[in-house]
Design a protein around this ligand. Structure first.
Ligand code: ATP
Ligand code: MG
Ligand code: MG
Length: 379
């Protein structure tokens, strides 16, 4: 009996546990809150990720450890890795936790990125804005997610407000200033690398965000064939450089024929949720296979899929469940503004059938604005 330890007990751990059940796997979660939603499916230790006593208890009970939460302190991952196998490795985790280290690595690998500057103080911010111009985005280097810890600077008039919002964090988690990219499309490559170095990727996914939070994903992305080889080569270079094992996502902007890397997520990713029903093997299943050293499954797409995120509260399930290719995921989380509480995936054998399904669901749930950009791409 193999037990997989997961640091973090949110919806990613929950979907991982559900996906690992047919493999006969056991899971043990470690989270710092008692009501983490994966706890409904797997036993959980509750405590601080930095607490050595709890890490020791966790290490004694699992065969291998992985992450649901990308901001587990890298030192805790290293402490564990000295005792049990941890995938992805703690160095890869550390790089992808820090936007400055991550973008510096991308550049080293000849992967284009939006221009950026390390911001150590207010004068550095002013100087960097003079160089990069406006609009630009000030972000915390570490601990940001779902667009949190970011301030969009539209003109010089916003500099003081930006500093007021984030300045104090220059000394704690660090700050980075990025040029704003008025991209035409946002895409992601979700890929997996096995312990033996085997690399596979799912079809490119196009993503739409609402206020910094993922709203919809379409895969295979349409009209991106010319960029696919480069996007996949970028993902592969990063994975090989970091000796990465497991699933990860590389987020990219497409702008005027240029492909630019935004960030990587060192874990299964929201833009890969469609793979549960829309691919031969899901990201969750392949992540588990990778960390356990099992053969990876095919990543082939089964037709076309669109994932819709439910933020804040769950809508009515009926319109999705009525669709032939409609799949419902309720994470069992309490409703709260801005919180990801579930998603739906619509899958169809043709782009046209997917567009029709999206139109029906969008109308029934009054979510036309959420589905409209996806329908445009499928036309
Ligand atoms: P995630 O939830 O994906 O981890 P995050 O909080 O780490 O999000 P980013 O991915 O950096 O933040 O930014 C969130 C979104 O904001 C991006 O997906 C993109 O839509 C927009 N964005 C971020 N950086 C830029 C940029 N330099 N130019 C234009 N838009 C940007
Ligand atoms: Mg991120
Ligand atoms: Mg992102």
């Amino acid at each position: 009996m193999t037990t997989v330890g997961i640091l973090g007990g949110g919806q990613l751990a929950r979907m991982m546990a559900l996906s690992g059940a047919p493999l006969g796997l056991r899971f043990l979660l470690l989270d710092n809150v008692t009501d983490a939603c994966a706890g409904q499916f797997a036993p959980m230790l509750v405590g601080d990720y930095r607490d050595e006593a709890i890490l020791a208890e966790f290490a004694a009970k699992v065969d291998v450890a992985t992450f649901d939460f990308e901001n587990v302190p890298a030192e805790s991952a290293r402490w564990l890795n000295a005792r049990i196998p941890v995938f992805p490795n703690p160095d890869a985790l550390a790089v992808s936790q820090d936007r400055l280290a991550e973008k510096t690595l991308f550049r080293e690998l000849d992967i284009d990125v939006p221009d950026f500057r390390d911001i150590t103080g207010f004068d550095a911010l002013r100087a960097a804005i003079a160089e990069l111009g406006t609009p630009c985005i000030l972000k915390t280097r570490r601990l940001g997610y779902d667009g949190k810890g970011q301030f969009r600077i539209r003109s010089d008039a916003d500099i003081d407000a930006a500093w007021q919002a984030l300045g104090a964090q220059a000394a704690t988690v660090g700050l980075i200033l990025e040029a704003f990219v008025p991209f035409e499309r946002e895409i992601s490559v979700v890929a997996v690398r096995g312990r033996d170095g085997e690399f596979r990727h799912w079809a490119l996914t196009e993503n739409w965000h609402e206020q910094g939070v993922l709203s919809a994903s379409l895969s295979p992305a349409t009209g991106t064939a010319a960029f696919e080889a480069d996007a996949v080569a970028y993902a592969r270079k990063v994975a090989e450089k970091l000796d990465y094992v497991g699933v990860f996502a590389l987020e990219l902007f497409l702008h005027q024929g240029r492909l630019m890397a935004n960030e990587m997520a060192p874990r299964v990713h929201n833009s890969g949720h469609w793979t549960i029903e829309g691919a031969e093997t899901s990201q969750f299943q392949n992540h588990l296979r990778a960390v356990l050293g099992l053969p990876l499954g095919s990543t082939r797409s089964l037709g076309a899929s669109c994932m819709l995120n439910w933020i804040g509260a769950m809508p009515d399930a009926q319109p999705v469940l009525q669709e032939a290719g409609g799949h419902w995921h309720d994470y069992g989380k309490r409703a709260r503004a801005g919180r990801k509480v579930g998603h739906a995936t619509l899958r169809a054998d043709s782009p046209q059938a997917l567009a029709e399904s999206l139109a029906r669901v969008g109308a029934a749930l009054s979510r036309q604005t959420q589905v409209a950009p996806v329908i445009v791409r499928l036309a």
